[in-house]
Design a protein around this ligand. Structure first.
Ligand code: AMP
Length: 584
């Protein structure tokens, strides 16, 4: 593996980069930097977002641009204000120990006169969104005749957003002999035509296979009914208590509505879309970056290009109409070599779209089922108990209160204490999820197609509170079931072992034998709990179909002690029926 020193960069610049924490170049940096340092060749870099493109073009720019001259020598164009600011900020950081540049970001939604003032002071590097740059050109506030390097970052996005005419106009104001560096995650026809019209014999670099998605993203999908979209979203959120996630909606109205519903239901969520003022958007982004906001609900345009570290999940409340949108949405996670999960919520008729993305990205999608109420509760409880285990106790502060606490609780055994403690935190949660309906849609893919397929249509599925953490493996679980109920290996269908719990299936008619058999059974001194999770099979007996209205009318899981109000759970609007067929 190469180091930054061997790529031909100056010592000061290498030091800056190392200080930021970049130890080794990413693949695109390793390949692009030596080429771009030559300075006179047009360049096309085809790489996914999050691969380190900014430093790949930024470091050579900082080498090549003369800080002693006040002429504007480099122009970087980016599709959104967010991305533009990020790039300008990165360039500032990279150059800190190297040269003294005046780097100016020019973008809409902020005082144009202030930006003009900064440009007029002599900015060697300008980072701009196309629309605002056109404003500056029209006001004759900017001279592009001295430009030597122009970077078109996320070119596919700029074209998607309708900046084609603006780009044409901007490029016509720059000198013929400049070098043009174009970066794009995808290579649609429109990008090819920019290359053809404005570049000569570009050096073309593809990092990873063309159109191959970031391998660090796990792509999942869930099939739900349109009416259950919001409930299913809450289940997913509740099943991932430590989520730091981005939820994409198609329209501004949906975005605002879903964010409001989540907030009302006690989630730490907020909205980002174009109907907000710039100040409101900045405030939301700041909260999200600082992680004081856990869930950001956004439109494609507003969240395009944002680089927030460690986003764990991207959830597509609706699968987008355009392939590029899916790439850009999911590219907000798994950045800088980290792992991430992308979950597309689809209706059954949208399976074709998933197949198409799968084919284009050459990344398999895994079918995921919406967690059951029992699974969510188990997961939340364990996550909470894990936090209890990990919490840092401030011995000095708590010491003076301990005697009183101990006196109050002295009659409770450890086990009772744990139970009460858990109940205090989770009773609302249990109430909400008790009898919650299965939100999965039938017609799952068979095992041969891969993906998860937990429920069998003819069998009953059971939850058992024993799992790998109890030393249970498949044969041990069969033994436990046999001991309790007398049902043997041939009666037991699919077994799904999890950490602290498991699932198993038996024929519907043998379900009672299981439930009776396990009544009062203990395993290693612990009460064994077995419950039916597949309600369809037992709807007439214990799980009534009225559970669906329960799920609708309660506040939702999560936010255990957040004083969540009730009455959330209304449905998100579904517009899948009027989706335009724009798949390439
Ligand atoms: P970019 O594609 O330029 O938006 O970069 C994606 C993320 O990777 C950003 O958070 C960068 O700070 C980070 N990054 C870029 N290059 C490196 C590197 N060589 N080592 C570690 N992190 C990097």
């Amino acid at each position: 593996m190469k180091s930054f020193e061997t790529l031909g960069l100056s010592k000061g610049l290498v030091e800056s980069v190392l200080q930021i924490g970049f130890e080794t170049p990413t693949p695109i940096q390793e390949k692009a930097i030596p080429v771009l340092l030559n300075g006179n060749r047009d360049f096309v870099g085809l790489a996914q977002t999050g691969t380190g493109k900014t430093a790949a073009f930024g470091l050579p720019l900082l080498e090549l641009v003369d800080d002693k001259s006040r002429d504007t020598q480099a122009l970087v164009l980016a599709p959104t204000r967010e991305l533009g600011l990020q790039i300008a900020n990165d360039l500032e950081n990279f150059s800190e120990k190297f040269k003294s540049f005046n780097i100016v970001a020019v973008y809409g939604g902020s005082s144009i006169s202030e930006q003009i003032r900064k440009v007029k002071k002599g900015a060697q590097i300008i980072v701009a969104t196309p629309g605002r740059l056109i404003d500056l050109i029209d006001r004759k506030a900017i001279n592009l005749k001295t430009i030597k390097y122009i970077v078109l970052d996320e070119a596919d996005e700029m074209l998607n957003m309708g900046f084609k005419d603006d780009l044409d106009k901007i490029l016509s104001f720059t000198p013929e002999d400049k070098a043009t560096w174009l970066f794009s995650a995808t290579m649609p026809r429109e990008v090819r035509s920019i290359m053809k019209n404005y570049m000569s014999d570009p050096f073309e670099l593809t990092v990873g296979e063309q159109n191959t998605g970031n391998v660090n993203i796990e792509h999942h999908y869930v099939i739900i009914q349109d009416k259950d979209r919001y409930l299913a979203l809450k289940r997913i959120l509740d099943y991932n208590p430590d989520i730091f996630g981005l939820i994409f909606c198609r329209t501004r109205i949906d975005t605002q509505k879903i964010a409001e519903m989540l907030m009302k239901d006690g989630y730490n969520a907020d909205a980002l879309h174009g109907d907000l003022t710039q100040q409101q958007r900045d405030r939301v982004m700041l909260k999200f970056r600082q992680r004081s906001l856990q869930i950001l609900v956004a439109t494609d345009v507003a969240a395009r290009g944002i680089d927030v570290e460690d986003i764990s999940h991207v959830i597509h409340l609706n699968i987008p109409d355009e392939m590029e949108f899916y790439t850009h949405r999911s590219g907000r996670t798994a950045r800088a070599g980290k792992k991430g999960v992308s979950i597309a919520m689809i209706s059954k008729r949208e399976l074709g779209k998933v197949k198409q993305i799968e084919k284009t990205l050459k990344s398999p999608f895994k079918r995921m089922t919406i967690p059951t109420g029992a699974e969510v509760c188990q997961k939340q409880l364990l996550a909470f108990m894990h936090k209890v285990n990990e919490v840092k106790v401030n011995e000095d502060e708590i010491a003076e209160f301990l005697p009183a606490i101990e006196a109050e609780l002295k009659s409770l055994t450890k086990q009772e204490l744990i139970k009460r403690f858990a109940s205090l935190e989770f009773n609302r949660f249990f109430d909400y999820y008790r009898n919650a309906p299965d939100l999965n849609v039938e017609g799952r893919r068979g095992a041969s197609e891969g993906g998860e397929d937990r429920h069998s249509s003819s069998g009953a599925r059971f939850f058992i509170n024993l799992g790998k953490m109890d030393g249970i493996d498949v044969s041990k679980l069969i033994e436990v079931i046999d001991d309790a109920s007398g049902l043997g290996k041939s009666d037991i269908g699919r077994i799904d072992l999890k950490g602290a719990y498991s699932f198993f299936e038996v024929d519907t008619e043998k379900a009672d034998q299981i439930l009776k058999g396990f009544s009062g059974i203990e395993y290693k001194g612990r009460q064994v709990r077995v419950e039916v999770t597949e309600q369809k099979e037992f709807g007439s007996r214990s799980r009534s179909s009225s559970s669906s209205s329960r799920d609708n009318n309660r506040g939702g899981g999560g936010g255990r002690s957040s004083g969540r109000s009730s009455g959330g759970g209304s449905r998100s609007r579904s517009s899948s029926s009027d989706q335009k067929k724009k798949w390439r």
